[in-house]
Design a protein around this ligand. Structure first.
Ligand code: NAP
Length: 255
């Protein structure tokens, strides 16, 4: 029996939300594991910085500015990545936003914006990546959901975000069966509270110390904590894993 294949060598990946936080840590980590990484994020974000970080460590990377809510942006990004780095077989969709408002007062525009970026943006990313992988003979997609797909976060007024993340988990299961017979695995990773710019928002920053105490492992996550489980799901070591939501939350949801 041979050892499980955790390597990502000779593969090309797309990572959305790659300029910041969790997406950035994943882009850097999977490049270290051998993948060539196409970094995607909004115009004006630090795409140059993350690409330079990967290249300075001896990895292969390129960057493309795109808005995940715009279908043609993602189609163009995938095409450009394939042109520059080769046919894609890996993708991580980490782009996302968060904010808060009481449900009874939440303006429709606020609800729709979060659903657009956090759910429709993941669908459009999967669609562009999935079409490329169907042409290329298969691949592995990991969507970054959240433990908010499983719990309603105590104290956080974010019905829109929680709903979008639950949608991301079920989208993953839906795509997993649609594409299974054609060689594409689709899973999600659901982080717990993670130290990134997103959790520095005023409504969350002050609560982070309390969340750490509420976590069985006694701390909040660093972005790097999320990268290992994502790399596992991307790799051939997870060849029989599809349609799964992997909680990476230090045990937060067990009590
Ligand atoms: P982050 O540091 O804010 O990173 C998110 C990235 O996505 C940013 O670079 C952001 O750009 C980009 N982005 C936003 N809208 C976009 C769009 N329309 N098109 C392309 N890129 C876009 O946040 P993070 O904490 O790393 O979050 C990464 C993912 O993990 C998100 O899906 C988030 O919901 C999820 N998550 C985070 C936590 C946590 O505690 N941090 C927990 C569970 C799940 P801008 O900065 O310009 O907006």
């Amino acid at each position: 029996m041979s050892a499980p294949k955790f390597t990502l060598e000779n593969k090309t990946a797309v990572v959305t939300g790659a300029s910041s936080g969790i997406g950035r840590a994943i882009a850097v980590a999977i490049a270290e594991l051998g993948a060539a990484v196409g970094c995607v994020d909004l115009p004006g974000s630090d795409l140059e910085g993350v690409t330079a970080e990967i290249k300075n460590s001896g990895g292969r990377a390129a960057y493309f500015a795109a808005d995940v809510t715009q279908p043609q942006d993602m189609i163009n990004a995938v095409a450009s990545i394939e042109q520059e780095l080769g046919a894609i077989s890996l993708a991580v969709n980490a782009a996302g936003i968060a904010n808060a408002a009481p449900a009874e007062d939440m303006p429709l525009a606020q609800w729709q914006k979060v659903l657009d970026v956090d759910l429709t943006g993941v669908f459009l990313s999967c669609q562009a990546e999935g079409n490329a992988m169907l042409r290329n003979g298969g691949g592995s997609i990991v969507n970054i959901a959240s433990m908010s797909a499983t719990i309603a976060n105590r104290g956080l007024l974010q019905a829109h975000y929680n709903t979008a993340k639950a949608g991301v988990v079920h989208l993953g299961k839906s795509l997993a069966w649609e594409w299974a017979s054609r060689g594409i695995r689709v899973n999600s990773v659901s982080p717990g509270y993670t130290n990134t710019p997103m959790t520095k928002r005023p409504e969350q920053a002050s609560a982070m110390a309390g969340y750490a105490q509420d976590t069985p492992l006694g701390r909040n996550a660093e972005p790097e904590d999320i990268a290992g489980p994502v790399a596992f799901l991307l790799s051939d070591a997870a060849a029989f894993v599809t349609g799964v939501d992997l909680l990476v939350d230090g045990g937060f949801v067990i009590w």
